[in-house]
Design a protein around this ligand. Sequence first.
Ligand code: 4AD
Ligand code: MG
Length: 477
Amino acid sequence: MKRIKIKELLGMQPAGQQVLVQGWVRTFRNNQFISLNDGSTINNLQAVVALNSYDEATLKRITTGACLSVQGELIPSPAKGQTMELKVTALEILGDCDAEKYPLQPKKHSLEFLREIAHLRARTNTFGAVMRVRHAMAFAVHQFFNERGFFYIHTPIITGSDAEGAGAMFRVTTLDINKPPRDEQGHINFKDDFFGRETNLTVSGQLEVETYALALAETYTFGPTFRAENSNTTRHLAEFWMIEPEMAFYDINDNMDLAESFVKCLCRYALDHCAEDLEFLHKRAQEEEMTKPQDQRNELGLIDRLKFVAENEFQRLTYTEAFEILKNSTPNKKKKFQYLIEEWGADLQSEHERYLVEKHFKKPVILYNYPAAIKAFYMRLNEDGKTVAAMDVLFPGIGEIIGGSQREERYDNLVKRIQDMNLPEKDLWWYLDLRKFGSAPHSGFGLGFERLIQFVTGMTNIRDVIPFPRYPGNAEF
Ligand code: 4AD
Ligand code: MG
């Protein structure tokens, strides 16, 4: 007999049909009622074993966490709590689970504890729901771009370029770190390294995907990126996934339009395709909210927040406009901000971004035209000579979810920027070539996939939306 998934089975009319299901025991009550989950859905199947049909020794092996294969008749349930149940006719224990030693008990565990057993946490309702939503969002990303004629480009993970020019990279080497080869001056000789040069894990696929945008016009990359920043926050990972669309013939406004419709579509997709998991996560988040002081609670629940984003226009304003609002804001005047807003040109901190989004506008915000001095070298200089066509999308509870820009397509401007910022012009020869040979206006942005998943699932810590989080001091599993 072929295995049927519990998700499919729960959508059927129970009429005594014979089915085979396989999954893990969540609970076993009264030596009779097995609550079985196979990961296909948040919902469990109730499998009922007739009293006295199995010997004591077998029943003892049906414990929380054990893996079972059960066959039986699907019948309407006489009891409350479920519409159907499985009347077991054959039961096999595929994998025992010692209840005394199993770290996951049928009770609430803290998220901190679950991070220590990340190899087992997928078996909890919360992580099952989060990872199903994560899958759905990855699928929706590809669907969104495929429907619009964008091409998925696999940019390299090992690279010799530092896309953001910001340092903080993980080195890739096969040199013996105890006795690296040295040149006459005593410097490490990277000519002898695997690639014959210094290399690192990529911080962004942007520069490489730009080369394809200037050939295939509408492209994107979606892959892992690595940042060796020592940030221990609820929004930073050392290894995270980023979606980076890059489009020829798009200016900054086209870029903002695409970014806005992209995240709206993703929220809509989650609402339409992940209803049961979102319902569960909504309740979970609500319980968590109750533990916070009143003034820090969200006004809207998870599902309403997703609807709000999907249905309302984002607020767009320039850095300069935001600067004025912040400068004259109550927390700035009362010196409540940790970093006071005084001089035009200062970088905005997350406290300022949150003020704009959560207090002032009460909706997602797109800030654009930032001071050139605080942004990356590849961003297009505006006519005023002091701002660049950069844009950041800011979300409630998350802060920056997207960062992007129109790119500097003018050769001379780009060279000047590279020189002014003391970047290695030599290493960027191929990037400069794009501006020499058939340059085109173009734009792109990066969406942090885990920050999106945080928003969609309502999980407050980014470490809980990726299967095995990497952060300072942790690379277990
Ligand atoms: O703003 P960032 O650094 O932009 C870039 O990397 C550009 N190359 C993107 C582009 O224009 N193609 O990063 C983009 C997004 C951020 O808005 C944030 O959502 C996410 O990536 N991000 C992180 N997510 C988790 N952990 C980190 N350490 C992150 N750093 C950035
Ligand atoms: Mg950024």
